[in-house]
Design a binder for this molecule. Sequence first.
Ligand code: 0RA
Length: 254
Amino acid sequence: MATETPLLDLQQPGTASEAAPQSVQTTTYTSDNIKILEGLEAVRLRPAMYIGSTGEQGLHHLVYEVVDNSVDEALAGHATRIDVTIHVDNSVTVVDDGRGIPVDMKTLPDGTRMAAVEVVLTKLHAGGKFDASSYKVSGGLHGVGVSCVNALSEEFDVEIWRDGHTYQQNYSKGDPLEAVREVGVSKKRGTKVHFLPDKSIFTVHEYNYDTLANRLRQLAFLNKGIEITLTDERSIDAKGEAKHSDFKYNGGIA
Ligand code: 0RA
């Protein structure tokens, strides 16, 4: 069983525990060891504050937000490919072959216990570093986090392949429908996110293939070596073929 990392880590920076008199509290809290976690209510109340707009740009921003998490996992050296699919209902799936979002149990500052993936998907992280500092910005509207996508989705499903197991959890409008559960074994590694943007929030409900393709091409160019694909199941033709793009830029001289 993995060692638990507290979400509220009350360290005493600059104080050697041996030197400090037992009865004297010298604790200094810095922004570095306090992780402020807020719920997603604010995101549904003021979506534009988090994703820029509730129009066409905001709708597409949801995809960029999810893909950025996978790009970060690739930049950390753990993922090699990212596959994006637009489904017939304009829901989107993003799959990567990274380590998989951790599923170990965490204790929140209020004592609630929750799987790490549920913390990632239901809490806004502000005012401090998140564990493993894996939530970096990779362009655009400053990685507001995949939890915002969850908050603004009618359906949001995550599947994780990690340590020989498959884990799943489903959400609606940011609320979990059940706890994270192990649903089987797997030799794969990685994360799949499937989401259906909430039609009551967005004023545009159809994804534009070229808009997504242009952004994914740009990400593949900026992050050489990562393979990023886009498949459009809305466009399946008589031969059963969907529109598809495959982006991969290698380092050397092409
Ligand atoms: C936090 C910690 C670790 C991985 C991730 C998050 C992670 C997040 C996403 C989102 C999409 N794909 C992702 N893949 C990984 C690493 C923890 C560890 O294994 O040590």
